[in-house]
Design a protein around this ligand. Structure first.
Ligand code: IPE
Ligand code: IPE
Ligand code: MG
Length: 244
């Protein structure tokens, strides 16, 4: 079905408030086109641009994109350097666009371990867009679901030890406040491209009642139409949250 037709099927009143995306398949896309993996990442940036634009246009409030996992450091150094540099360059390049479109840029993850230049670029983009509230673009970079939970646990333990926090006060709401995602709500919809049906240490706590959508398209081939289809698919589901 074409883009326009799909778009007309989306109910603007029941949009997922927070969509999270595991963009996967850049390397395999490059391989089928007989190119080096880095070309897949370059092409993948174009998809990010498209999806950010259409998400903003239809009124998605929060878009989280998983860009670099805590496990991705185990790739060859050349690829890691290339990826981090690509994120740095494109954050810089895209900053005027964020400002023009009133997009608030945010990051989650252990950014302090990233290269210095990247830390500065990410910080600059966050600072210059912090007043915008039409859409939050949340970039997960050096992020891991287990890291998130461990980091929260360590910080809560510090509060107990040093600030007299009461163990009884650790409930779901309090715990969530120590996660990287605070104060964002949990995602309503998770999209993973690239055929694999796994979470790969992305949001673990946050996905407890998220609807999952797996696309067999490689990320560079994922289109606005595919994104609309994922939302339509989401809107056809009945979320029960354990109730009847
Ligand atoms: C996703 O594509 C990009 C990142 C993980 C940063 P991949 O690089 O994982 O591509 P495949 O899965 O090898 O095809
Ligand atoms: C998940 O993709 C990480 C990101 C999209 C940043 P991976 O390609 O790293 O996941 P695996 O290795 O297939 O599980
Ligand atoms: Mg992959």
């Amino acid at each position: 079905m074409n883009e326009e037709k799909l778009l007309s099927q989306i109910d603007k009143n029941t949009l997922p408030m927070h969509i999270a995306i595991i963009m996967d398949g850049n390397g395999r896309w490059a391989k089928t086109h007989k190119k080096a993996r880095v070309y897949g990442h370059i092409k993948g940036v174009k998809t990010v641009e498209t999806i950010v634009e259409v998400a903003k246009n239809i009124g998605i409030r929060i878009l989280t994109i998983f860009a670099f996992s805590t496990e991705n450091w185990q790739r060859p150094k050349d690829e890691v350097d290339f990826l981090l540099d690509l994120i740095c360059q494109n954050t810089k390049r895209y900053l005027p666009n964020f400002m023009k479109n009133k997009i608030r840029f945010k990051t989650i993850g252990k950014t302090e371990d990233l290269p210095y230049r990247l830390i500065n670029t990410l910080r600059d983009a966050q600072r210059k867009t912090e007043k915008y509230d039409e859409m939050i673009l949340n970039l997960a970079i050096n992020y891991g679901g287990r890291l998130d939970i461990l980091n929260a646990t360590q910080n809560i333990a510090k509060q107990i030890k040093n600030e007299g926090m009461n163990i009884k006060d650790i409930d779901e709401k309090t715990f969530s406040k120590y996660l990287y995602t605070d104060p964002l709500p949990d995602p309503d919809l998770l999209i993973r491209t690239g055929k694999e049906k796994r979470i790969s240490n992305f949001f673990l706590w946050q996905l407890s009642y998220t609807e999952l959508h797996f696309s067999s398209k490689m990320w560079p081939n994922f289109s606005a139409a595919d994104f609309y289809q994922a939302i339509i698919d989401f809107q056809r589901r009945k979320r029960r949250f354990g109730r009847l």
